[in-house]
Ligand binder design. Structure first.
Ligand code: FE
Length: 223
């Protein structure tokens, strides 16, 4: 049974503070649609950014409108499922935030890949022994992800560990605001047009695009 908000906030509450939820905006793609070729095709980036990412932003904003109606008393009791709204918001907000990180985790062909320097290079060497060992473990993690989701590298501020993490789908009721420094999208829309069912080939290709400067900047924000 869905949990319904039992008219906790009435139209009179609305008069006390005339607020609305601020909307999300689709951030500009940090490079041209064909900048990731040949590793990721223009068609994939077009559908992925203009279709999927924009869809998450629009989805989140539509649900914020609906939540606003709930808060303002514009929907009568029984006309909404607040848990459904919150679950949908989580899915769309995480979809938006994780894609924003994903685009920045890559650089145009020829400008990304290779080995990291800076603080992130040092921490990877310290934590994993060598870059090669780190890359092997992160690749194994990405290739063993069940179904769809993400593989991310994040900085655990409690322990100082640079931690590999898988995010299965992204609709659990938890907003992904972890200190993620690098992320690879493993939903089929991220690779299927070009790689079909060869997800491991896509992950291999992705390493050629990794934007280590971005990862280093992100890490230094959290250190
Ligand atoms: Fe995606």
């Amino acid at each position: 049974m869905p949990i319904l908000m039992q008219g906790l906030l009435t139209s009179s509450t609305r008069q006390d503070y005339d607020m609305t939820f601020k909307k999300y905006e689709l951030p500009p793609l940090p490079y041209k649609l064909d900048a990731l070729e040949p590793y990721i095709s223009k068609d994939i980036v077009d559908v992925h950014y203009n279709g999927h990412h924009k869809g998450y932003v629009n989805g989140a904003n539509g649900l914020l409108d609906r939540l606003d109606k709930v808060v303002s008393g514009g929907l009568a009791q029984g006309q909404y499922d607040v848990q459904g709204i919150l679950r949908g918001l989580t899915f769309n907000i995480n979809g938006h935030k994780l894609h924003a990180l994903y685009w920045n985790s890559m650089a145009p062909s020829g400008k990304g890949g290779g080995k990291p320097g800076g603080s992130i290079g040092d921490l990877i060497s310290k934590q994993y022994g060598s870059f090669e060992r780190f890359k092997q473990v992160m690749t194994e993690s990405a290739n063993s992800l069940p179904g769809t989701g993400w593989t991310a590298l994040y900085y655990d501020q409690e322990t100082g560990n640079l931690q590999i993490m898988t995010i299965e789908n992204h609709f659990m009721n938890h907003i992904g605001e972890l200190p993620i420094v690098l992320i690879v999208d493993e939903f089929e829309h991220a690779y299927y047009l070009q790689y079909k069912n060869k997800r491991a080939d896509y992950v291999d290709a992705w390493w050629n695009l990794v934007n280590w400067d971005f990862a280093d900047q992100r890490l230094r924000k959290f250190l």
